[in-house]
Each structure stands twice: as C-alpha cells, then as structure tokens.
Write a protein that binds this ligand. Structure first.
Ligand SMILES: Cc1ncc(COP(=O)(O)O)c(C=O)c1O
Length: 338
C-alpha cells in the first residue's frame, strides 16, 4: 500500500537520538536550546524568541495563556484540527467558531474585537493574508497556527511572525517531526516568549508562581534539529510532486490567483471533486491510501453556521505527498484518477 503520509527519517536522526542516549543527558538541555535557536534562524527571529514544547497543542495552550485567554473570547475556524477547541477549553476561554472562505480551507478575515483572540490557521500549507492594519494594531490578539505551514511566507516573511505569536507542530506526519510529538512557540515579542518559557518548567524555582511541565526531551530536540536541516530539501520535493499533480490536470487547493505575495508550502495535495468516495475507492484498488482531509463530522461547530466548511469537507480528497514518494508511485496515483 502507498500510505497517505509518512515521516522521512534517515540515519542522521537515528545517530542524533543515539548521541543523546549515550550522553546520559536526556531531559531538556543544550539540544533543546540549540533547536530553539536554529528554529529562530529559520523563521527569521533573533535568538531567544522560540520556545520548544511537548506538542503543537501545548504551544497553542501556552500562546493562549500568555495572552490571558481565560478572560477572552477565542475565535477560530470550524474547519480545523480539534486541537484548537481543546486548547481553548483547557484555558477556559469562550469559543467562537467561524466559517472558512468559500472554496478555501482558510478563515474569512474580519475585524477582531479587543477582547477576542483570533487563532488563524494556515491550513494545508496555504498561508492566509493578515491585513497590515489589523496586524499593526497592538490591541489585536492574533495567534497564527502554523502547524501545517512551516516554511510558508507572507510578503517574504515567515508565517508565525505576523501576529502576537505563532505555533508549530512536529507531530509524526507534519512537515518535520521531532520523533512523533513536539511543538514550538514563537513570538516577535520577547516578553511574551519569556513568559511562555518561564511557565514551561517548575523545577528549581524559588517563587510560588503557577507553572507546569510542558518540556521537550533532548531526544526530540536532537531529531528535530536534523529534520530542520533537511526541511528545505523536503519542501523542494513536496513542491515537485505538487507540480506533477497540477501538470496532470488535477484541480488542487492552492493560494488564489493574483496573490503572489503568499508563498505556500505543500503540506497537503487536496483535490476538489464532486465524487470523493469514488476517487478514494479507485485509488484503493491500485494500492493507494487517500483520505478526506477534514470530514464533515470533524467540523467544530454547528453545520448550519459553517456552509463553506461543510461544502469543502464533502468535496475534497487528500492525495499522498511526502518527500519519499517516488515518481513511479506518482504515476500509479495519476493512472487511477486522471
Ligand atoms: C492546524 C493544527 N493545529 C494544531 C495541531 C496540533 O498539533 P499537535 O498534534 O502537535 O498537538 C494540529 C495537528 O495535529 C493541526 O493540524
């Protein structure tokens, strides 16, 4: 079977994990700090602005905590991973679910009220514009959810740097993985990043502040560092596969026309189709796993309030796209659907 998704792990990651195991220093330490600093370099932030944590959901929770989400309404699209709802519930904020724009997996941008935190996911690697006047207004609370879009840019600047904070996931099937789970919080605002870093661990602290254990392990960080080095190559191969699908005539979800300032990464190759089940079955018959990327039952919120999300969830199929997918496998996929 050609799987729908697969992590790309090589000897570099194996040796990195071994190096840490043999060092005997296993819990958060110098590997984690190096990973944070290298991540800052990658997204274009000064050192000290990234905080490595145990998962993407953890980083989202911490981002909400640092913006005092417990006292605010937290607004996010219904067409998204349930991590957003779970983090909102954990923080005790008031949820407000909004629809996506028609025929796109991304949120419809609107004005943000002062007492609202907007979580803005860049779904499937497709960055969504954050209007300059909104981003510049310090009263706004914007968290960019970049779990699916590491490497994507808006006006040449990495996603995650356009609002108050950005969160990233290194789950097994994301663009890079830190060995199964892991996440990163980033902020242009050093004070926010420092608050999050302070909350992440409670050992050896000489005050009574509320804290928790949200740390990444050294093995996770060491694997993440190797993956980050490989990310440009990963993204290149993903782009190549995406273009092969497009060249074959497939209609894929992508940035809209005349949006040249938005540079996507190809986390997902999602085709628009009236017959998703037929396509999934036809691919299955040649040994290929394709899925509905977000099914209608997964939508967060009442269907009648999310007409665009409901339509998208019923008319899309996600094809395999990952660095180790071979040209021969791409041919098999195309033969079953074009
Ligand atoms: C858009 C989005 N946000 C947040 C998350 C949560 O990340 P994690 O699985 O690392 O907790 C995910 C995925 O899993 C996601 O796709």
């Amino acid at each position: 079977m050609i799987p729908h998704n697969k992590p790309t792990i090589g000897t570099e990651e194996e040796l990195a994990a071994l190096r840490v195991l043999r060092s005997g220093l296993l819990s958060q330490g110098s590997e984690t700090e190096a990973f944070e600093n290298e991540f800052c370099d990658f997204v274009g932030l000064p050192k000290g602005h990234a905080v490595a944590v145990s998962s993407g959901t953890t980083s989202l929770y911490l981002a909400l905590w640092a913006l005092e989400g417990d006292k605010k309404t937290i607004s996010f699209p219904g067409y998204v991973c349930s991590a957003l709802r779970n983090a909102t519930n954990m923080i005790g904020g008031n949820e407000e679910i909004v629809d996506v724009a028609k025929e796109t997996p991304n949120i419809k941008f609107k004005k943000i009220k002062k007492e609202t935190i907007a979580i803005i996911p860049h779904m499937y690697g497709i960055p969504v514009d954050i209007p300059v006047d909104v981003a510049k207004n310090n009263d706004n609370n914007i968290i960019e959810d970049c779990a699916q879009s590491l490497g994507a840019k808006i006006n040449g600047i990495s996603v995650g740097l356009h609002g108050n904070a950005g969160i990233f996931s290194f789950y097994a099937t994301k663009l890079i993985t830190s060995g199964g789970h892991g996440g990163m919080y980033v902020s242009k605002d050093k004070k926010l990043a420092d608050r999050v870093r302070d909350y992440r661990e409670f050992d050896y602290r000489h005050d009574q502040k509320k804290r928790f254990n949200f740390q990444m392990t050294e093995i996770q960080a060491a694997i993440g560092r190797e993956q980050l080095k490989k990310l440009p190559k990963f993204l290149e191969r993903r782009e190549e596969i995406f273009q092969k699908y497009k060249k074959a005539g497939l209609e894929l979800l992508d940035v809209e026309r005349n949006q040249n300032h938005l540079s996507p990464v190809r986390y997902r190759a999602v085709i628009k189709t009236e017959e998703p089940n037929k396509i999934i079955k036809s691919l299955e018959s040649v040994g290929v796993k394709a899925i509905v990327p977000t099914e209608d039952w997964e939508l967060l919120g009442k269907h009648e309030l999310l007409p665009n999300a409901v339509e998208l969830s019923r008319k899309t199929v996600s094809l395999p796209i990952y660095p180790t997918l071979t040209d021969q496998e791409i041919e098999i996929i195309l033969s079953a659907i074009s």
